[in-house]
Design a protein around this ligand. Sequence first.
Ligand code: NAD
Length: 452
Amino acid sequence: MTMLASLNPATGDVVGEVPVTSPDEVQTAVHRARSAQPAWAALGLEGRARVLKRAADIFTERVDMHAELMTREQGKPLREARAEARGLGSGLAHEVDEMVEALAPDLMESDGHRSTIYHDPLGVVGAITPWNFPMSMPNWMVLPSLMAGNTVVLKPSEETPLCGQAYADVLNEVLPEDVLVVVHGADDQGKALVQSDADMIAFTGSREVGKHIMREASGTLKRVVLELGGKDPMIVLDDADIEKAAKFAAFNSFRNCGQVCVSTERIFVLESIADEFEAALTQLASALRVGDGLEESDVGPMVNAQQRDHVLAQIDAAVGAGATVLTGGDGHHDNFVTPTVLTGVTEMMDIGTVETFGPVACVTRVASVDEAVERANDTHFGLGAVVFGGDTEETESVARRLTAGMIGVNRSAGGVPGTPWVGARESGFGFHKSKDGHRQFTQTRVLTRPVR
Ligand code: NAD
């Protein structure tokens, strides 16, 4: 049996290993999930909700264990890993209730006729997930799929197979056999899942792979939900609270070592406040402690050497093309990169247009609000965007001109609970969470009859 070894990015040590699923076995996994689907669907919405809610306590009991595993396998600081692990248990009952509400049939009547709109299961959902939130990303796709009455074949990232397995192990303690099947491997196993006869592919990952999946799925018109990368802008207006804006920029450029789809990757600052903003951001960035996430550190390692090299190459090329390093700018040691602030970044540089996914805050000074908006929107991506400015209608009107799917004013981009997580343009196809998000995992079916 071929094994996949999972390495600790901070130390290079083997954290554990999982058996690799051969591409042929991926189709077998889909068959197993398909056999289990009718009985799972027959439990009904309330029945499935009861089963899944039993997992909440198990997730809660395992917070410390899951957090430590996430830090060892993916590298994020333990504090961030704990928050991710805690959310799985504490949020589960509420999320399930929200799904029950979203997936219940709707009724409409007109001219003596009544239509019932059912949200039926699709069948088998293939979920393909990334490594950066190695337990919550599977949860975002597996939970609504199961609540809708589908069964699921989950392929976690090859960088974090142990976290994916640990997540599924909890659900499999409460689920009937084969309702959730895990397959392990890399792109070959992902491709096999897309080519299998699964009814839907729910994918979170890079834009390039998302495009590949959409092309492959078109052969059978397989449903797809694609949550892809970003190059999120932040605009800092001249009436912004500069300290607050710098704090946000530091937090959102460096958390999870910048390996977040809605990381702040481009900062457009009005010239008049740029000196002050850059000074505040540089001070915050240079105070961050770099090190193994199991120790007292703020910024852990990049997930692997390839990701580190990509980030360092982008920094070097930007400096070669005229950007200035205000702090950092180099490899720290091994897979670690020093938190970096660059200024003078332009769209002529790779780092100004291509997703970095690393601990770099890129500042561009602009002469006007119009220039800030135009440059913020000058991208194929469209996941999140933020505007910092005075508490005025003007700040909000700047936000309304941005072309991202989620826009934050004086805060992060994601909406309040119950709102969709949605990418615009090439950052996404479909969305997660919210009533509409949950319904994507279903086949809508309308039954109409005369009112009795
Ligand atoms: P990735 O696209 O390299 O891999 C994601 C998953 O797809 C992995 O499980 C991988 O094995 C699998 N895969 C690779 N090639 C495949 C193929 N041809 N067919 C099918 N499956 C394939 O992404 P990654 O490096 O794991 O994650 C980082 C990316 O994810 C970033 O671009 C980030 O912005 C994005 N992301 C987006 C969101 C969001 O909500 N929009 C959330 C988290 C991460």
